[in-house]
Design a protein around this ligand. Structure first.
Ligand SMILES: *Cc1c(COP(=O)(O)O)cnc(C)c1O
Length: 341
């Protein structure tokens, strides 16, 4: 294994080149064999459907170097299934779970020297990508596809410790429509979020906050992360046809139940924030990013969740619990982790 001089503690959530990626092509109606590749570029036809008509899906998951020296990958099968759902959503061929998992394990193992050490709190981010590569000028699904997985080490999300951030409701732009592609992990939703995200940053907030596009009454997502609120020993998260089903959120719902809390999935009117004891954004990158305050500027409202700007006790408990499972410090009672020696 080659040596490397990476400053693990100061890694950001950025791209750092690694040794290998893995690829698999779909041609003539079938997926081919996995290929291990050391090129970072993709050579493709200029009329590829991913470039013109957004036939593009991605995933995001992490691998962790653990105290026992082993590598653990979190909920890989759930990511495979979500990618299959996205494929159905934008008419791409589904990649079988076994193939997905085999490729993830291979790319992680091949880039083992880039997995941050246990003590650093950093991890290896895994980015699977599926794109339509077949040439097409009319709007139609491609007949050829490429599935590629690369990895890159990413730093701990909270450099100064687990802390809460301010969000701002953006009413001017929608990320996704009620019957659109919000439930699928496609790049198009991200393109649609760029202006809202920029506006939130320009206003000095850490992230934008979305309401449902149709009525602008209910909470949808906290930027590119799911929302949850906590009150009366209940974990509450939105039910909506325009949000991405977060695997972190699903895991937190289970952990909340394990802690003896009630779990509710329902529409959450924005005004209900007044009664929330804690709130957070959740996703693979941060696990939980606690919400300090949500400002609804057009309505002249400011929902203060955390007066001292600190995360609440239940958010902290859920965060610690999930991280402990990911790093193998606590037993994996739900069968969420894949251990690699
Ligand atoms: C990926 C993503 C999430 C988080 O999903 P996880 O599986 O928890 O990482 C939430 N919202 C959007 C829009 C996403 O793209």
């Amino acid at each position: 294994m080659a040596e490397n001089n990476i400053d693990w503690a100061n890694l950001s959530f950025g791209y750092m080149p690694t040794d290998y990626n893995v690829r698999c092509y779909y041609r003539n109606g079938a997926w081919g064999e996995m290929e291990i590749c050391s090129e970072a570029t993709i050579n493709m036809h200029m009329a590829a459907t991913c470039l013109h008509y957004g036939q593009e899906a991605f995933e995001g998951l992490k691998a962790f170097r653990c105290k026992d020296g082993k590598i653990r990958i979190f909920r890989m099968e759930a990511n495979a299934e979500r990618l299959q759902s996205t494929c159905r959503g934008i008419m791409m061929p589904e990649l079988p779970t076994e193939k997905f998992c085999e490729m993830i394990k291979t790319v992680v193992k091949k880039n083992e020297r880039f997995i941050p050490p246990y003590e650093s709190g950093a991890s290896l981010y895994i980015r699977p990508l599926l794109i339509g590569t077949g040439a097409q000028v009319g709007v139609r699904p491609a007949n050829e596809y490429l599935f590629v997985v690369f990895v890159t080490p990413v730093g701990p999300y909270f450099k100064g410790g687990f802390s809460a951030n301010p969000y701002v409701v953006i009413r001017e732009f929608d990320r996704s429509a009620p019957l659109g592609t919000g439930v699928y992990k496609v790049g198009g939703n991200y393109a649609a979020s760029l202006r809202a995200n920029k506006k939130a940053h320009d206003l000095g907030y850490s992230c934008e906050f979305y309401l449902d596009a149709k009525e602008k009454k209910y909470i949808d997502e906290a930027g590119a992360a799911n929302f949850f609120g906590i009150k009366n020993n209940t974990y509450i998260t939105p039910e909506s046809s325009s949000i991405l089903p977060s695997i972190t959120n699903r895991s937190l719902m289970q952990l909340a139940e394990d802690l003896g809390m009630k779990v509710e999935r329902r529409q959450i009117p924005i005004e209900e924030l007044e009664t929330m004891e804690e709130a957070g954004a959740c996703g693979t990158a941060a696990v939980i990013s606690p919400i300090a305050r949500i400002d609804d500027l057009e309505m002249n409202k400011s929902y203060v969740i955390s007066k001292d700007g600190k995360p609440g006790p239940i958010s902290k408990k859920l965060y610690d619990k999930l991280r402990a499972i990911q790093y193998g410090d606590e037993p994996d009672t739900h069968g969420w982790v894949t251990v690699i020696d």
